[in-house]
Design a protein around this ligand. Structure first.
Ligand code: PNS
Length: 166
């Protein structure tokens, strides 16, 4: 599919990035000239990984794909979208459970900045059950997340959980 020239922002917490996120990033890149992945810093206190680590893991996972920038941001997503020149915010939808949460955010963002559109992409079926919360939980109890996250994230999760358990 030919890409349109615009910039799209894909914001999230990415704590950590998993293969469902990467699926959306790569597919969004097919549609837009540039995709900025925005890692929100706001939740830092409750996050497993500090924002710099979340950014580093995303950069490593997207390095092979041109046209994808990974940046962190604080404050409002719509203001960050304006700063990077994005007229579109991309979000992934897995199931109905995502819908209400995403609908509220999209409506608030529209109210804050009407010129910015939120575009939803359906997560590919093989990733429909994936979430960073589940990845953290499975990892914390010693389950394997290989094949669900990029290899560097799987290694990093193993080390982090091991250190926390000491
Ligand atoms: O990965 P998540 O948890 O779905 O990401 C949520 C995120 C970071 C996109 C959302 O919390 C957000 O936009 N935070 C930035 C602050 C903001 O703009 N809040 C108002 C959104 S309506």
């Amino acid at each position: 599919m030919a890409s349109t020239a615009g910039v799209a922002l894909y914001p999230g917490s990415f704590d950590p990035v998993h293969n469902g996120h990467l699926d959306i990033i790569v597919r969004a890149r097919h549609m837009f000239g540039r995709v900025v992945v925005g890692v929100a810093t706001n939740l830092d206190k409750s996050a497993l990984f500090p924002v710099d680590d979340r950014v580093a893991m995303l950069r490593a996972a997207t390095r092979a794909h041109p046209g994808i920038d990974v940046r962190c941001f604080d404050g409002l997503t719509v203001e960050f979208a304006r700063r990077v020149g994005a007229r579109v915010i991309v979000k992934g939808l897995r199931a109905m459970m995502d819908f209400e949460y995403e609908l509220k955010m999209a409506a608030m963002n529209k109210r804050l900045r009407p010129e910015i559109e939120t575009v939803f992409m359906m997560t590919s079926p093989e990733f429909a059950y994936l979430s960073s919360t589940l990845i953290r939980e499975v990892s914390a109890f010693g389950g394997s997340v290989v094949g669900l996250v990029p290899p560097s994230v799987a290694r990093r999760l193993g080390r982090t959980i091991h250190l926390q358990a000491r």
